[in-house]
Design a protein around this ligand. Structure first.
Ligand code: CP
Length: 321
């Protein structure tokens, strides 16, 4: 890279053209992304927030499910790396006319797409494409499977605020069963040495998650005082086919982060949420905007993390051609 760009020590630590899941990454690879993101974050503090790392490359943001944060930050990350960007949604693509995902992607590659960022309702959709394309494929969320860049920006934010991940006590609260954010976070936090607690009703947090090396807890009140981080998840009605708890009021009573509960958190405990937030359900509205909340830091850090991911995967793809 040129002198005007952040100093990156990619070495041999990153050789993947695709980012498909956190599960497949070694701790060294996760830390390589986090360190690179730290370098790219400095670009955002400059007057001219642009580096030429991906000049001449084309990124296609292919979002078959809705998104505000992920789609926008991948687009801004690509702009900051000087790539050309095309956005495609389900409603504006020929998927509507019955074209398969594979055919759509092959056509995008024929148009010289170098990187395809895919959000899709089917678990494994990004892996399916990565195995068939020479372009880099970045998973921007596949069904209830994984959302790797969300977990990376979450651990980046924790490390930035608390200085480490190893040994921290992190609770992930709520709809774990349907959450790709939870799965990616569990992998990332465990690989980096955190103690992870999953909190929620048995319908949304089955004990089978214990095989991932986490503790399943039924009562938020049991563990509040111990926590370094509390990450609250949205109830994902769009993936639920039946009622998993009696009412939202009942959910708030047992699992919502209310003002009363927040008073029992350690002063340094970070309040996190991947968004979009249901204010007054998983989190009290004032707490979401309060001093312990890092919700908007997560969003801001997503830009640097996605710049790092795009840069590393694109560099690896170039070496493989
Ligand atoms: N956290 C997250 O993935 O948000 P979006 O659905 O808005 O991208």
């Amino acid at each position: 890279m040129k002198a005007s760009e952040p100093t990156l020590d990619t070495g041999e630590n990153w050789i993947r053209k695709d980012l498909l899941s956190i599960r497949e990454l070694a701790p060294l690879e996760i830390n390589t992304i986090l360190d690179s993101a730290g370098a790219f974050k400095t670009v955002g503090a400059r007057d001219i927030k642009k580096v030429p790392a991906l000049r001449g490359k084309t990124l296609v943001n292919f979002f078959v499910e809705p998104s505000t944060r992920t789609r926008t930050s991948f687009e801004l990350a690509a702009f900051r790396l000087s790539a050309d960007v095309v956005n495609i949604s389900a409603s504006s693509s020929s998927l509507q006319k019955g074209e398969s995902l594979k055919d759509t992607a092959l056509n995008l590659e024929a148009l010289h797409a170098d990187i395809i960022v895919l959000r899709h309702s089917a678990a494994g959709a990004s892996k399916f494409l990565a195995e068939r394309l020479t372009a880099s494929v970045i998973n921007a969320g596949d069904g209830a499977h994984e959302h790797p860049t969300q977990a990376l920006l979450d651990v980046f934010t924790i490390r930035e605020r608390l200085g480490r991940i190893d040994g921290l006590k992190v609770a992930i609260v709520g709809d774990i069963l349907f959450s790709r954010v939870a799965r990616s976070n569990i992998w990332a936090l465990k690989k980096l040495g955190a103690n992870v607690f999953l909190v929620g009703p048995s319908t949304l947090v089955p004990r089978s998650f214990e095989s991932m090396g986490v503790s399943v807890v039924r009562s938020l009140d049991e563990i509040l005082e111990e926590l370094d981080v509390i990450n609250l998840l949205r109830i994902q009605h769009e993936r639920q086919r039946k009622e998993y708890f009696p009412s939202l009021n009942e959910y708030v009573r047992f699992f919502g982060l209310t003002k009363e509960r927040a008073q029992r958190l350690k002063p340094h405990c970070l309040i996190m949420h991947p968004g979009p937030i249901n204010r007054g359900v998983e989190i009290d509205s004032d707490l979401a905007d309060g001093p312990q909340s890092v919700i908007l830091d997560q969003v801001a850090n997503g830009l640097a993390v996605r710049m790092a991911v795009l840069y590393l995967c694109s560099t690896a793809a170039r070496k493989q051609r």
